[in-house]
Design a binder for this molecule. Structure first.
Ligand code: CP
Length: 320
């Protein structure tokens, strides 16, 4: 399948075939990160700008390194210290940077839809690095890449139909679903590839309406979900978005909904533990589990490099 998109704005709009094309392209780029010279010339002459209006460690650095490994020039913009503090708008900011001769914006913003707005008002490629509670498509893709890599090594026959790529797997997404762009991107992507998805946590943070809107299951019974699932993707409680108002206290949350070693005795023996980071250690997951043998958390970060190289290559380089 030939990639035709200039932007990556969300996973809701992608087909199963397009998602698998990104994953397959990422698999070929993963080898580059293992070389002594970690560079290919795919985006030589292009300029990729990181426009981050919210904090980030993993996504911002991973996109910057991914662009550099593709030989692009990179520019990092953070709103603090910029003319945004004098009242300049997002569109004016982007248009002024575009006038410097850049090719792509990677944008994180607290407003859902900010990347879509940018895509309408500039001629550059736009990649969504997280827009409010809407979507975080490259996190969804790197999570799906990690799941596929872990479980699907010997199942080449599923490649024939992208919509079956993850068929047979149950993925639980646990915790603060209400505020989570990661949950939304994962749910869209996983469902399109045939996985069963269960959103789980307290009723206040996992409203049934979110599951219905995404076309996936919801549950408030963590022990049931543990027995069913091959993948346990724990999400951070987003205290900065006032998620703490939705349960009595962090000790109650950890005791009833957090992942710990005692609770994991009910999980499938082969189940893996994921977390997009940053982690609230001791709240949604204990340090022993986050750092233990079932955890693939740092593999997610490693795979994020390959996935972001693939997204930049396809959107900025391959056809544009
Ligand atoms: N997973 C994630 O988006 O992490 P950052 O906020 O550090 O980018």
């Amino acid at each position: 399948m030939a990639w035709t998109r200039k932007h990556l704005l969300d996973l809701e709009e992608l087909t199963a075939g397009e998602i698998v094309e990104i994953l397959d392209t990422a698999a070929s780029f993963k080898e580059v990160s293992g070389r002594s010279v970690k560079k290919v010339p795919a985006l030589r002459g292009k300029v990729v700008v990181n426009l981050f209006f919210e904090s980030s460690t993993r996504t911002s650095n991973s996109f910057a390194l991914a662009a550099q490994r593709l030989s692009a020039d990179t520019l990092s913009f953070t709103s603090s210290g910029s003319s945004v503090s004098k009242g300049e708008t997002l569109i004016d900011t982007a248009k002024n940077i575009e006038a410097m001769g850049v090719d792509a914006f990677v944008i994180r913003h607290s407003a859902p839809g900010a990347p879509h707005l940018l895509a309408r008002h500039t001629a550059c490629s736009v990649v969504n690095a997280g827009d409010g509670c809407h979507e975080h498509p490259t996190q969804g893709l790197l999570d799906i890449f990690t799941i596929r890599e872990h479980f699907m090594r010997d199942q080449a026959h599923k490649k024939a139909d992208p919509a079956l790529a993850l068929k047979g797997l149950t993925v639980a997404i646990l915790g603060d679903i209400r505020h989570s762009r990661v949950a939304r991107s994962n749910a869209h992507g996983l469902r399109k590839l045939g996985a069963r998805v269960i959103l789980a946590g307290p009723p206040t943070l996992v409203p049934a309406a979110i599951g219905a809107a995404l076309g996936v299951e919801t549950s408030h019974d963590i022990d049931y979900v543990l027995q069913e699932s091959d993948v346990l993707n724990c999400l951070r409680i987003q205290f900065e978005r006032k998620a703490g108002r939705f349960f009595p206290g962090v000790r109650e949350y950890a005791a009833i909904y957090g992942l710990n070693e005692e609770r994991m005795k009910r999980a499938k023996p082969e189940a893996i533990i994921m977390h997009p980071g940053p982690i609230n250690r001791g709240i949604e997951i204990t340090p022993e589990l986050a750092d233990g043998p079932r955890s693939v958390i740092l593999h997610q970060v490693e795979n994020g490099m390959a996935v972001r190289m693939a997204v930049l290559y396809l959107c900025v380089g391959a056809n544009n």
